[in-house]
Design a protein around this ligand. Structure first.
Ligand SMILES: [Zn+2]
Length: 429
């Protein structure tokens, strides 16, 4: 697709990458929007009717009739209603949860045009009540509307089209078809914040196929000929694209969008984000983490990065000093333990000292070092590896290793004094 010029004021900016899935939650590829969600080619495609949840300001509770109840193949029960207020999974957006007749609804899918509610308990046919979980609906609406906003701004400002969307339990992702320019992430964040502050209205617009073309809304994955209502979501002044999902009614209702550092993705870019309540909760969590770090390191928050860099430099220097000391210690041990065959039981030796000794004993006809939690057997001793492992494991502590060609290594521990003595016995020490 050809992106508009950065100054293009056209609201017809970003087609939903999940076009056909978005038109109706029942569209078959709805659960995998990244796949492109293309409908099978057909001379004329008839789209599913719109659901009440796809109207503007949809009701979240009401009455209905249970039409059928049967065991669900995935467990629980499959319920159909005379009319549902629930959103079935589709277009990258998970299903609503809630209650029917006081029984928990744990999944909703549209199968061959029929909305199936999966419940934890059976329900009798006849009149009932239904109630959508409002917090889950609002959370999904915030994430989905944030995706539309991010997609629209990425296209308008950077010419990057959205090629995938996933709404997960923890965060959501938008996949773009190319990288942002240097400084682009900061610019995108600023544009998102400005759009939230501007409080643009979001509208549900339903058109027929002819009007869809006349409006110039760009769509992808739709069959060339179709019938039925086509649902569009407009962000006033910013965006117009096909979508079947649930949305907030103004960008101000997004509250906040937290955009993480992008990850490269097959020549494109994956933007991970959290919107609304999720972003607010993350902000609170990050504040708690920073406060704890600040107290632990005894520096103000704005000095944390420098403090951590100092700690990392100290750690690297300490590691270098320890390695030098291990070399010196290895030399001293071997000077004190002269002879070609060295069987060393060193209960306090770390892996670094074991390796330093091993390096010095590499040419020995047979040598073994058993440290605190690692061992190295060389030359003739290597053949005893399995017996040594068995002896060390017999005491109940773990020991695993292997090797070949005159070298056997293992890790484990802590090994008791008895187990170590038995292991040395296997080596003839
Ligand atoms: Zn959408």
């Amino acid at each position: 697709m050809t992106p508009p010029a950065p100054t293009d004021p056209s609201p017809l900016a970003a087609p939903d990458p999940r076009a056909s899935a978005a038109l109706s939650p029942a569209a078959p590829p709805a659960a995998t929007p990244e796949a492109g969600a293309a409908s099978p080619p057909a001379p004329v495609a008839r789209l599913d009717p719109l659901l009440p949840c796809q109207a503007a300001a949809p009701a979240l509770s009401g009455r209905a009739e249970v039409r059928s109840c049967a065991p669900h193949p995935a467990g629980g029960f499959a319920i159909t209603l005379s009319e549902t207020l629930f959103y079935p999974e589709g277009g990258g957006q998970p299903a609503d949860h809630g209650q029917i007749g006081g029984v928990a609804v744990i999944d909703v899918q549209r199968v061959d045009g029929v909305v199936i509610h999966r419940t934890e308990a059976p329900l009798p046919t006849g009149p009932t009540t239904q109630a959508v979980d409002p917090a889950r609906r609002r959370d999904h609406a915030q994430q989905h509307s944030a995706q539309h906003l991010i997609s629209a701004l990425a296209l308008r400002s950077f010419g990057r089209a959205t090629v995938g969307f996933h709404l997960g339990a923890l965060d959501a992702t938008v996949d773009l078809d190319g990288p942002l320019r240097p400084g682009g992430l900061e610019a995108l964040r600023a544009a998102i914040h400005a759009a939230i502050a501007a409080d643009h209205p979001l509208r549900v617009i339903v058109v027929d196929a002819e009007e869809l073309a006349a409006r110039g809304a760009r769509v992808r994955g739709l069959p060339p000929a179709l019938r039925g209502p086509v649902r569009l979501i407009e962000i006033d002044g910013l965006d117009l694209n096909t979508c079947g999902g649930t949305h907030v009614d103004r960008t101000g209702a997004l509250q906040l969008v937290q955009l993480f550092a992008p990850e490269p993705l097959r020549g494109g870019l994956r933007l991970r984000f959290r919107a609304g309540g999720r972003a607010a909760a993350a902000l609170d969590q990050h504040e708690a983490t920073l406060s704890a770090l600040s107290a632990r390191l005894k520096v103000p928050q704005d000095a944390l990065l420098a403090a951590v860099e100092r700690l990392a430099a100290d750690r690297d220097a300490a590691a270098r000093a320890a390695a030098a000391l291990e070399d010196d210690l290895a030399d001293a041990i071997l000077t004190a333990h002269s002879g070609a065959l060295a069987l060393l039981d060193l209960p306090r030796a770390g892996a670094g000292l074991v390796l330093a000794l091993g390096k010095r004993l590499a040419a020995a006809p047979g040598a073994a070092v058993i440290g605190a939690d690692s061992l190295l057997l060389l030359g003739a001793c290597a053949a005893a590896g399995p017996a040594v492992v068995a002896a060390l494991s017999a005491g109940g502590a773990s020991c695993r290793g292997g090797g070949g060609k005159g070298r056997f290594q293992a890790k484990g521990g802590p090994w008791s004094a008895e187990a170590r003595a038995a292991a040395m016995g296997c080596l003839g020490g």
